[in-house]
Design a binder for this molecule. Sequence first.
Ligand code: ZN
Length: 491
Amino acid sequence: MSNSKLALFCFGAAWMFILGVVYAQNAPHSAGGPDSVNSAKGADARRQTAKELAKPWGGALGTAPVLRELLGSSIDPQIARVIASIKAIDNHAHPVLPPPHDRGDRGFDALPVDNMEPQTDPVAWRADNPQLPLAWKALWGFAGKAPLDAQGMSQLEAARSRVKAQQGVHYDEWVLDHSGIETMLANRVVTGPGITPPRFRWVAYEDALLFPLDNTALAATTPDKKLFFPLEERIRARYLQDLGLGAIPSTLDEYIANIVVPTLRKQHAKGAVAAKFEIAYLRGFGFSDPSREDAQRIYRKYVGQGTVAAADYQTLQDFLFRVIAAECGRLGMVVHLHCMSGGGSYFGIAGANPLLLEPIFNDPRLRGTKFVLLHGGWPFVREAGALLQKPNVYLDLSQQSLTFPPHTLAGWLREWLETFPDKVLYGTDGYPFSAELGWEESTWIANHNAREALGLALTGMLRDGEISLDRARDIAESVLRRSAEQLYAMR
Ligand SMILES: [Zn+2]
């Protein structure tokens, strides 16, 4: 075994040990049942925490079914218990429709592409992710070893199907119950039965509105975009159909008045709390601030025509992005931006640097709009953190909580919590990645990692004398649900 393989193996073994300890402790038992902290200090902590949990904010929220305790060796036991007791609001995920509409559901993403050229998947997305067996066991009672062979896969599918058959249309709620989540923001092209309030809140997609002209030239730039743009055009056609329109109008003013604004209003009326942009998959974040006249001229010149000059088209998109963001602010819809390196081997990582969005955040006309940098901006985590000083900018932990082990995530999470703790939102990005890593497993794993990372970050701050236990509790509640409740006016 080479040194690097040995190091990986040791890391994996240590990681499995930590998870094993945590999960041995997570086996369901009553609040007064056996505890995993075997010291006198731990016993004191248990008594104090029981009292704390009896306080209205803790007791009223109940105990997360999956994570009754989260007592890792290096997490303060009182912080661990508080974090485990809070049912979360998940800022971002892609639940698949429950039975009977689960098979063939493609509404969970605007760009659900299965046949892109291969990328190098991060470890967490691979079939041998060491956390997969823990998720399978916890969710389905299925004891499989990753990676699964064909027989293992059919056993996993059978185990999932049993729960689906039992739960029917309540299956997605069941997944939330087993992942410590009270409310999930469901990022979907359309919602459907079983993904409805109060357990789910809809986040609609808006990128299709940014690209009303001929997209042939853009689609030709990378093999990924060749797949993406036809999907966006299909969504735009659907939006037009919903409005009873067949084609886009000949002037920009009509396009905005008859298509853009009515689509957003319709989504809002149907319960959308946020508007999602996957624009980083389609182009970079650098938005100029063109005049309306320039945008009108470009639209008029190219609408219904052939190939559009790239610079002109970008100017039009820049103008439309501000129009949509401003309307979202008026409607009270939060703007969500995919802000992390993304799937596919052609994703433009440099263009997803959140600092490129600063002119948008510094636009006084857009201060009525709230923005969330989804996925915390990785690899630009410090840039994302610095942007939290803007009064209308937030970030979430979604996807990071799946992709990064808790100790790694806790590093930059701590920095964010030390500076802008009320701007950081819990999130999973539960998504149907593969047959073995479904939206259910990815939600479950990300929930686990996010809570453990939060516990580690707060414990570090507590032990270094930066915060009191009360303050740690307050920050945990803020990250796991209170900031989201306020941002989306859920109370
Ligand atoms: Zn997502």
